[in-house]
Design a protein around this ligand. Structure first.
Ligand code: NI
Length: 196
């Protein structure tokens, strides 16, 4: 949980149940998630937090793994008005069809986009937040997104499909950006100390 500040933030003082998104190469992203066994209020809260964290990022999909919760839960919303919410619990792919190459990005690998080949259509069985079973066919971006998020539950990232060389370059780039970000945060504080 954290406070939201800056442009577009909700009313000052409002607590949002946003969680911190782990970033590559954090080893916790490599954890294999456990199936959900209790369809209770805690699961509902986890799903709500996943949506809030995803919208704030902003992103179109998020897996529980990415917020360091190792349960088999993913959320997706491709709409621009929060009307396309899809929360899948214990998702399984029953069938795959065709092949599609799509430029993907990931909230755990910020600012990086690259082509990944996946099945064009998938038949998915999952449970919703109440425990009800749903079985559906998905295609286009939803199919890609579901496969991407389900990979997270296995501890897999889209950069794993790229060459070792590319992945290493991405790791170095993100590392450099994180260092720059922390340097920017530290700068005003040190000036404040001097002003004192
Ligand atoms: Ni991702």
């Amino acid at each position: 949980m954290r406070w939201i500040t800056g442009g577009g933030a909700p009313t000052y003082g409002e607590i949002m149940a946003q969680r911190t998104i782990l970033e590559f190469p954090d080893p916790r992203l490599r954890t294999r998630a456990r199936p959900v066994t209790a369809f209770d209020a805690a699961l509902g809260t986890l799903i709500d937090d996943l949506f809030e964290t995803m919208y704030a990022a902003p992103g179109i999909g998020l897996a529980a793994t990415q917020i360091d919760v190792h349960q088999r839960v993913i959320v997706i919303d491709l709409s621009s008005d929060r009307s396309g919410q899809l929360a899948l619990v214990n998702p399984e792919i029953l069938a795959r069809e065709g092949e599609a190459s799509t430029e993907e990005g990931c909230l755990s690998v910020p600012g990086i986009f690259d082509e990944v080949k996946r099945a064009a259509k998938v038949r998915v069985r999952a449970r919703d937040r109440t425990g009800a079973v749903l079985e559906r066919d998905y295609d286009e971006t939803l199919a890609v997104c579901i496969q991407h998020e389900m990979d997270h539950l296995e501890g897999k990232l889209f950069v794993d499909y790229l060459s070792d060389l590319k992945r290493e370059r991405i790791r170095k780039k993100l590392d450099k950006e994180r260092k720059e970000r922390s340097a920017h945060v530290a700068a005003p504080e040190s000036r404040a100390h001097r002003a004192y």
